[in-house]
Design a protein around this ligand. Structure first.
Ligand code: HEC
Ligand SMILES: [Cu+2]
Length: 384
């Protein structure tokens, strides 16, 4: 056992960088160990593959029927104690070794260090929200984490089963509705890494992509400070572009920008449709009845805000009540305002090149007051 214990310590010192032909980039403290265990089991499989194949071919040749009249049943040995002990003891030893290294790795992965930085994760159809309680920040489909500090994800699902997977960190865990699961890692290499949902038993899990950004401690602190304030500090004129580039990715799996009908109605032309009171609901009433002077919503802004915060209240005809109902807790009031402004100014955003012909968001730098793009947004505001 001491050799094995040594081998597992050795494994942790394996240089955990760079992608190989077989493996994705290794960027967490456990990647080296996981890869080592994987290779260890792999090599054992190769050895037995060769062994079994060679013996199979050798016996097939050696014991083949050599002539037509050859006697098939001969007097052979029925029992070989030494051989039987060999093929019992050696494989048992190997299996115990596999169990041992596997168990050590498993225990490591299950128990997060006590001083872990905690992030609460919400998976929902079809996006990820990452909340940093320490900073009052909620990110959508992007997760910033500090370098060289253990990070613990406390994960819940708002609807169905999901599964969080970051190949570069070699960690994966199911996210189950109605209970919390957790996962931890220590990122040891700055950079951006792909995060997947690997639960492929539903329509759009494969579109639940997110990016994990690993930042050195000081940059991480600065980023959190910025994320906590960014929309508070933004002038009204920059809000539509902010919503489009930073928030819309939580809506995009269901709401297109180019007229395509997904699970939900397209955002293209939505503002005008609402302003005209077009459309009916499953309760048999039309939007017209709710809009206009004296109506429940009067202005499009009110209807759209309500649709985001309380999506189950009025259901559009021909659509199902599947929009997540927890945006009220995930979005700050100013972010909801930004989304409503985004819908209002969608045509102009498209004209300004923020949206391409296929309805994809172009990712320019965050708008700042001095950028030409935001000045255009400002003009657009004045132009009403
Ligand atoms: C899982 C799919 C899904 C996601 C994600 C989603 N929605 Fe929806 N949304 C729908 C569906 C379906 C409807 C139509 C049924 C209804 O009225 O609830 C809808 C309706 C709406 C409406 C009213 C549209 C109309 O024509 O009356 C607005 C506004 C809206 N969503 C905004 C958003 C915003 C903003 C986000 C992201 C922050 C978002 N939705 C995320 C599915 C989704
Ligand atoms: Cu999923």
């Amino acid at each position: 056992m001491s050799i094995l214990a040594e081998a597992t310590t050795l494994a942790t010192t394996v240089d955990a960088t760079g992608a190989t032909f077989w493996m994705p980039e290794a960027a967490s403290s456990v990647s080296g160990k996981i890869d080592w265990i994987f290779e260890f089991i792999n090599v054992i499989c190769y050895i037995f593959l060769v062994l079994v194949t060679v013996v199979l071919v050798w016996f097939a040749v050696k014991y083949r029927r050599k002539s037509e009249g050859q006697e098939i049943l001969g007097e052979g040995p029925t029992h070989g104690l030494a051989l039987e002990l060999t093929w019992t003891i050696i494989p048992t030893g190997i299996v115990v070794a596999i169990f041992w290294v596997g168990m050590i790795g498993y225990i490591d992965l299950r128990e997060s260090p006590e001083d872990s930085y905690e992030v609460s994760v919400t998976a929902q159809q079809w996006s990820w929200a990452f909340a940093h309680p320490d900073y009052g920040v909620i990110e959508g489909n992007e997760l910033h984490v500090p370098l060289n500090r253990p990070v613990r994800l406390i994960m819940g699902s708002a609807d169905v089963l999901h599964s969080l997977y970051v190949p570069a960190f070699r960690v994966k865990q199911d996210v189950v509705p109605g209970r919390y699961s957790s996962l931890w890692f220590t990122a040891i290499k700055p950079g951006s890494y792909q995060l997947y949902c690997t639960e492929y038993c539903g329509k759009d899990h494969s579109k639940m992509l997110a990016t994990v950004h690993v930042l050195p401690e000081d940059e991480f602190q600065a980023k959190m400070g910025k994320l906590a304030r960014e929309y508070e500090d933004l002038p009204e004129a920059d809000l539509p572009a902010y919503a489009l580039t930073k928030l819309y990715n939580r809506c995009s799996s269901c709401h297109s920008l180019d007229g395509e009908v997904r699970s939900g109605p397209t955002f293209k032309g939505l503002w005008d449709r609402v302003a005209r009171g077009e459309g009916a609901f499953t309760n048999g009433r039309t939007l017209q009845e709710y809009m206009g002077p004296g109506g429940e919503y009067e202005l499009p802004e009110n209807y759209l805000r309500e649709s985001i915060l309380n999506p189950g209240k009025l259901i559009r005809e021909n659509y199902a009540n599947v929009m997540p109902n927890n945006f009220a807790s995930q979005l700050k009031p100013r972010q909801v305002e930004a989304l409503v402004l985004m819908m209002k100014h969608l045509d102009r955003l498209a004209d300004e090149g923020w949206i391409d012909e296929d309805g994809n968001v172009q990712q320019p730098e965050m708008p700042s007051v001095n950028s030409s793009a935001s000045r255009d947004v400002e003009n657009m505001e004045e132009g009403g």
